[in-house]
Write a protein that binds this ligand. Sequence first.
Ligand code: FEO
Length: 168
Amino acid sequence: MAVGERIVRALNQQLNRELYSGYLYLSMAAYFESLGLRGFANWMKVQSQEELMHAMKFFDYIARRGGRVELFEIEEPPKSWSSPLNAFEYGLEHERKVTQLISDLVELAIAEKDHSTFNMLQWFVKEQVEEEESFDEIVEKLRMAKDNNMILLMIDRELGERKFGGGE
Ligand code: FEO
């Protein structure tokens, strides 16, 4: 069964939000590079790649269901934050909003009785738990570090080890 118009529109909008997320985290990577925190920058670059992978999941799903993929303008992300903690708090807040958007999509799939879309979205439901968790974990560490530069550099080294795993 072909995918409904309302669903296609909503999925295309979410594809755009995932691209925006990728843009936002790339902007955070640039901010961290400007501070000389290369580990933080690496973590954000990997996060940005993950968001592109999320966007592609929507792209491929829409196309496979016979819908038309549409790309919209990507909003300009903020360019700087007051501190590394402030950037990660912003990211956590952003992920909470994305979780809400995914939840709204699930509600729409239920309302439209679209079981395939409902099923596809379950991957994102699970993923959002992990997304919020990973930001939250770093927010907690940065809160504990306060203004201690030694701890900040230790976190930087740790975040420098993150690699893009393809997101499965
Ligand atoms: Fe695409 Fe960070 O969720």
